[in-house]
Write a protein that binds this ligand. Sequence first.
Ligand code: OOB
Length: 546
Amino acid sequence: MGVADGLADWPEDVAKRYRDLGFWNGMTLGQYLWQSAELFGDKEALTDGDVRISYRELAVLSDGLAEGLSERGLGREDCIVVQLPNCWEFVVLLFACARIGVIPIMALPGHRSRELSFFVEHAGAKAIAVPDEIRGFDHQAMAWEVAKQSSTLGDVFVVGENIADGSVDLRGLIASSADPQALRGRLDVIGPNSNEVALFLLSGGTTGLPKLIPRSHDDYGYNFRRSAEVCAFNPNTVYLVALPASHNFPLACPGLLGAFYSGGRVVLARSPEPEHCMNLIAKERVTVAAGVPAVAQRWMDAKQENPSYDLSSLELIQVGGAKMAPELARKVRPVLGCALQQVFGMAEGLINYTELGASELVTCDTQGRPMSPADEVLIVDDSDVPVPAGEMGQLLTRGPYTLRGYYRAPEHNARSFTEDGWYRTGDVVRWHPSGNLVVEGRTKDLINRAGEKISAEEVENLIYRLPSVAQVAAIALPDDRFGERTCVVVVLRDGYPNLTLEEIRGAMKDFGVAKYKYPDQLVTVESLPVTNVGKIDKALLRKQLG
Ligand code: OOB
């Protein structure tokens, strides 16, 4: 079964309109890279520590790796799980895949065997790419554990110093061809069409495990092209990637892809750690950085504690992924000395930006407006009826870069989309008089912990595996550091007098679950409150415990 079988595409008349209007321009990610290589040639494209790579080198190295991957049997529509930290090899791999139609599944560095196995199984992935280790955790061993359980996974590609027997050294495959022009020509012939899937992003997931979000070359190209335009990226832009590069925000909003498209320079940070990032901003003369509110907060604290950090090059900080408190937003300019742009986006598509140069009111109190004239937005009540102007309701959306269905998830799709193809974002919003959206809450049952989305249901299902647990509800509680933290409220079974947070976290580790999903707090109760239809009353729990 090919990838196309699990996809829900745009209706043909809608697709034709998007092509006719030029939103979809027929280019693949690989063609975008070569376009930039031609326009910006020897200009530095990518900075990773001491490694500096020009546009032309990036294109040539990516082609070299594409050839290496195809010699190992990877090609059109084969999936590869990519779990790499922010490193130059990640960028080269991404473009190499695009050149030959291999589809990367964009795992996050925090994912563990449970999540990775799920991606491999769900997409029938043929390969996985991991670092040897990050901060003492052995990703290579984990990848082999996943590979052993899989009937599809072949190559384990590793970036690092310690390449185990059987693993393939990814750096060893990254080489410049002796004849780059000839190779380019050969790859152009076997490359994908622009309407094919370029990559799979991951949804925060409101049920069980994350969902795979197919993004085509056409739609993703439009995503970063339009973003780059709205955010005025240009050859002088120096963009800092502080969040994990596989997340939609730093990848394509406008992200590193938007910076390459614009001829700017991309600087990779290993983590959003304030000291590391402040030093990189000073050293590399970064002009734009992106972060979640919790990161912005830590950067502001660091700058206030240490005013000698030189942030004079910084023009703009983009903040998104979770709601930024207006009070925090108002501190950005005085403390960091740069402008703020709020970004309300989602891996599924729709991206909203506050306009550059907008009033303080718009910049600090709203989450921006849809970036494309072709974005369709509806705000509806529980019966899908539009609410009166200015009132709160659930956000539905369609458009040239918003998915029409998750990959191989028909049942979930029936709930997440209307019959007319509107995506139910699960966000509760209203229109601000300025024509921008304000995020007021959500209907989806997830915890937004410092921008990382955690499915309450997934956490609950894992905790139900513990013999002592009779009932559990996972809820989000307000948190100074993370914005929201995960609190689990548990009813114990008779005969089990107690349960500790450490036991739960230990069990989750044994299950091979990403650490950011471990609960932060445990409350044991005699019984859980229920609504009049008998569902656990999470709203009441949040009120009682918050
Ligand atoms: C971004 O993408 P995801 O897929 O990790 O999460 C999307 C969800 C949204 O549905 C919303 O619930 C929340 O994250 N969110 C925000 C927000 N930005 C995202 N809630 C309030 N205010 C904001 N500014 O998080 C993402 C993708 C691309 C660009 C930026 C963020």
